[in-house]
Design a protein around this ligand. Structure first.
Ligand code: UDP
Length: 509
């Protein structure tokens, strides 16, 4: 059979079952659906349920008949994973139960479905690599973090060999010499937070280390980044993983391709946004109530922004996982109010540590903070972040520097103040402040005077300087998504390579 006569390729996409990973890989899934590729998207039962209940996945994917959700067995760990212990439990259960499940799914004629011709697995799921090799199915990795943090993870064995890890003494400002390409600016504190361990034998550290080291076994590596953002680091990664597909920023790439598809079909029904939120609601009535609340709160929030002068508002959000203590919350609040800058602040109901603080933080808040917030601030439990960052009133983003938030800010040319919480965020924030110079890095400090000073710097004293750099980076991001742009061409190459997998593999031709 010639390639043209073969049935469409069928890709199994397997994200790590946590919100950030699932959202990001779902964008890739939609990009591939747009190219006519059949997708089976594999999630844990709890994520499956939450996707159906609380996101627009059904309407969003209803136009792609080749897309289907597949669910892992119930025995896979199904709680939210916010701590290292929970991540380890999830990993262990995936190793035990996902492997046999994958073997079944990959078996030729599995359940009468068309055979899987290629796997795209999250780059921290080496059990998928094992099964793919065993069953002779091509596998490509997708890593949801930035290239720079990924490269730092990949260099950990060199850091250990050179005696740079584990850290001796408490000085986190000591320069790191063995992450090539970052010698001039990387300090201990800028390495991914897992590198601060004393016990390198701990299960979570060994897991992080060994999962990244498996990456070169995959046939290729997809990264949600673009060449103009992380070029020198990508050059280093290519020495070890030569087949790199840099196709980001994915959220903007998806919008671009959806608009193209809409223009082609002249359809006005194609939507270019999707819901990024998994909120826990139980009954249908509660769900309806939630929807009304969400719609109303979104309208109110956009109304608040619309009333503000152009480029005057600081957007504050620490993503979907970060937890802060009440003391930290108050330091941020005082800093925000004392800066006299207008702000829109997302305080997720589950983001405050400690049950009592969670329930009472407003009741015990100093009156002057409440009043100043009424005057020039707005607080919500969740915000449509992409829309907020694109709003003309927004001029800065106080963020935890999660990779998706960082890219969303980059695309809209919004300068950042970074307060990283954990994992790759420590590295992302160093790049924001020191390499790209599109913001300030506030890591490891939570003090009202510093918060105030950095906000004044970003939003007032050095506003033009930061805006100029951020706008230029946004231009480069958009350039990568033009038809001759690197991210655009790399996605075309990925699609072509996936099509070619139809001819590869035992029993899969
Ligand atoms: N997000 C959102 N509204 C909020 C907070 C977060 O839509 O109020 C979205 C945000 O746009 C991003 C994601 O949640 O796409 C957060 O991902 P990121 O990688 O930045 O951080 P994580 O939540 O994984 O720590």
């Amino acid at each position: 059979m010639g390639v043209a006569e073969l049935p469409p390729p069928h890709v199994l996409i397997f994200p790590f079952p946590a919100q950030g990973h699932v959202n990001s890989m779902l964008k890739l899934a939609e990009l591939l659906c747009l190219a006519g590729i059949n997708i089976t998207y594999l999630v844990s039962p709890n994520i499956h349920e939450r996707l159906l209940r609380h996101t627009d996945i059904e309407s969003r994917f209803s136009k792609y008949p080749g897309f289907q959700l597949e669910t892992l067995p119930n025995r896979v760990y199904q709680r939210n994973v916010n701590t290292a212990d929970e991540v380890v439990m999830l990993y262990d259960s995936l190793h035990s139960f996902a492997k046999p499940f994958l073997r079944d799914i990959l078996a030729p004629n599995s359940g009468g479905k068309p055979p899987v011709t290629c796997i795209i697995a999250d780059g921290i799921l080496s059990m998928a690599l094992d099964v793919a090799e065993e069953m002779d199915v091509p596998i490509i990795y997708f890593r949801t973090i930035g290239a720079s943090a990924f490269w730092a993870y990949l260099c950990i064995p060199q850091l250990i060999e050179a005696g740079e890890m584990p850290f001796t003494g408490n000085d986190l400002d000591i320069r790191i010499a063995n992450v090539k390409g970052m010698e001039g600016f990387l300090r201990r504190r800028d390495l991914p937070s897992f590198c601060r361990v004393q016990d390198m034998g701990s299960t979570d550290f060994r897991m992080v280390l060994s999962e990244t080291q498996q990456t070169p076994r995959a046939k290729g590596l997809i990264l949600n980044t673009f060449e103009d953002l992380e070029g020198p680091i990508l050059t280093q990664i290519r020495k070890i993983c030569p087949n790199l597909y840099t196709i980001g920023p994915l959220h903007a790439h998806l919008k671009t391709r959806l608009l193209q598809a809409a223009a082609r079909s002249n359809s006005s029904s194609t939507t270019t946004t999707s819901s990024n939120s998994f909120v826990t609601v139980v009954t249908r009535d509660q769900l309806l109530e939630f929807w009304h609340g969400l719609v109303n709160s979104t309208v109110r929030l956009i109304y608040f922004l619309t009333k503000q002068p152009p480029k005057s508002v600081l957007y504050v959000s620490f993503g979907s996982v970060t937890v802060v203590t009440r003391d930290q919350l108050l330091e941020f609040w005082h800093g925000l109010v004392n800066s006299t800058v207008r702000f829109l602040w997302v305080v997720r109901p589950d983001s405050i540590a400690g049950k009592d603080d969670k329930e009472n933080y407003k009741a015990t808040t100093p009156r002057e903070l409440e009043e100043a917030t009424k005057e020039r601030g707005y607080m919500v439990g969740w915000a449509p972040q992409e829309e907020v960052l694109a709003h003309p009133a927004v001029c800065g983003f106080l963020t935890h520097a999660g990779w998706n938030s960082t890219l969303e800010s980059v695309v809209d040319g919004v300068p950042m103040i970074c307060w990283p919480y954990f994992a790759d965020q420590q590295t992302n924030s160093r790049f924001v402040g020191e390499v790209w110079k599109i913001g300030l890095d506030m890591k490891d400090i939570c003090d009202r005077a510093i918060v105030e000073k950095m906000i004044r710097d970003l939003m007032v004293e050095r506003k033009d300087e930061f805006l100029q750099k951020a706008v230029e980076m946004a231009r480069l991001a958009r350039k990568g998504l033009e038809e001759e742009g690197t991210s655009f061409c790399n996605l075309d190459r990925l699609i072509e390579d996936i099509r070619l997998t139809r001819n590869i593999g035992k029993g899969h031709a």
